[in-house]
Each structure stands twice: as C-alpha cells, then as structure tokens.
Design a protein. Structure first.
Length: 278
C-alpha cells in the first residue's frame, strides 16, 4: 500500500489533481466555520453584483452566493461519493461473479448489464427521479449509483475472466478454498488498482449526473447543490439579467472538481496500466 502511494506521488497529473481537489475541499469545510450565517438567509437585493461584503454577489433571492457555493460543493461531492460507492460496489460484484463463475451465471449477468448499457442511463435516471415524490441528497445519490454501474461491471468481468485460470487461482481451487474466498483473496487484489480508478470516475460521473438532473428540477429537495444553484439561476433568468456570478462560479466549480478527478484517474492509469507505462 505504502509502495503504491509512493509511486503515485511521482505522477505529476495525480499530484496536481489531488492537490486541487484537496484545496477546494479544505475551503469548503473551513469557510462555513468562519461564516456561520444561514446560506438561505436573505442578505441583499436580488442579483446584487460582487462587492467586499458579498464576494460573489447575491442570487435571485438576495442570498450570499459564495456561502451557497460552499454548501453546494459539499452536497455535490457527497452525492458523487455515495453514487460512486454504489456504482462501484454493484459493478464490482456483477463483474466478479460473471467473470469468475462463467457459464449460465455469466450469460445472465452479462445480459442484465447489456440491457442497462443499451438503455441510456440518464433516461433511466430521469424516469426514476420523476417517479419518486420525496428526494433527499442520499436518495438522489443512490438513484445515480444504481443507474451507472454497467461499464464498471463489464470492465471488471473482462479482468476477472483473464485471471480465473492463473496458476495461483488454480492452486486455491485444488486446495479446496470456497468461491468467495478465491474471489476476495486471489482475484480482487490483482484488480484493486482498477477498482480505485473506476471509483474515481464513478464519483466524477455522479457529480455531473447530479448537476444535470438538478438543472432540470429533478434533484434533491430542501438542500443546496451546484446543480440546484444553476437551476435557480436559469429559472430566474440570471443570464438575461447579466448576473454571471449567479451561475458561472457553480459551473466552474463543477469543472474544477471533475477535472481534478479525471487528472487523478489519468495519473493512476499511467502508473498502473502496463500498456501505457511501456
């Protein structure tokens, strides 16, 4: 583990992505401790431009946009992490079982995966979001997670299929070890780096998915997220009013977070992927 971390720290892309993400998260966690105001409290007139009191001006309700942005980033990152965990776990289980057991189990799980791949996940996400009356950030994250696992499952299946006939796996079979034990101790460690990369990508995808459905008005209720901030700006015609501060900072935050995650993934891929490394 320590050896892998030392290798990763030699990747400029991974270090850059990780540093940018950690700096943003540090700001998001520290600033609300300094400014303890309610982010939903009216502080000024609608769409007041940035000044010394309001660093990013006010939104359509006269609320402090910078403080809203801090809470919005926190919510969006939390949704992305939960969605990434759900999607990675589902994809990992499906891929490991299909790739190792094979046969009828492989055919059934592969068919289910292909169905989810053929139907656009965003369409499924919208349909599920519309059918649910009460949506918290947790519910939204779980919905995103259960609609975005197929590509992880397919990739894990391919990796597992290539590992199931290796010598160490055959020795474990001959020794009488159970299937779960072989999968966990003989196969999973060999694809651990890929699982981490898949989780990073799923997290970035979860943040983008949350922003997309929130802009359509299908995101979580009674909270603030980056997508909801942009939805408010579009609903109350901030672009028409020239209030760039009402939506550009939120869009820029989404871009910075996802770009940082993609840089981390690229750095890990260059280290752990033999084809790229060679």
């Amino acid at each position: 583990m320590n050896h892998s971390v030392k290798i990763l720290l030699k990747s400029p892309k991974f270090v850059f992505g990780t540093s940018a993400l950690l700096l943003m998260l540090a700001l998001v966690l520290i600033y609300p401790l300094i400014n303890r105001n309610d982010p939903l409290e009216m502080m000024a007139m609608a769409f007041q431009p940035p000044d010394s009191k309001l660093l990013l001006g006010s939104d359509n309700f006269g609320r402090d946009l910078f403080l809203e942005l801090m809470y919005g980033i926190r919510t969006s990152v939390r949704v992305g992490l939960i969605a990434g965990i759900c999607a990675t776990v589902i994809g990992l289980i499906m891929g490991l079982l299909a790739g190792y057991i094979g046969g009828l189990v492989d055919n059934i799980l592969t068919a289910v995966t292909n169905i989810f791949i053929v139907i656009p996940s965003f369409i499924i996400l919208i349909l599920i979001s519309v059918s649910i009356n009460s949506r918290s950030s947790l519910v939204t994250a779980i919905i995103i997670g259960i609609t975005s696992w197929p590509w992880t499952a397919r990739a894990v299946r391919a990796q597992t299929s290539s590992l199931r006939n290796r010598d160490h796996v055959n020795i474990a079979k001959i020794s009488g070890h159970s299937t779960p034990r072989i999968i966990i101790f003989e196969i999973l460690p060999y694809i651990a780096s890929y699982v981490v990369m898949a989780f990073v990508l799923q997290t970035a995808s979860g943040i983008l998915s949350e922003a997309s459905i929130s802009m359509l008005g299908l995101g979580p209720y009674n909270t603030i997220s980056l997508g909801i901030i942009m939805n408010w700006a579009l609903t109350f015609e901030a672009p028409v009013a020239g209030a760039w501060w009402a939506f550009i900072p939120a869009a820029f935050s989404i871009a910075i977070i996802t770009f940082s995650l993609f840089m981390m993934n690229t750095g890990m891929d260059e280290i752990f992927n033999p084809k790229i490394r060679s």
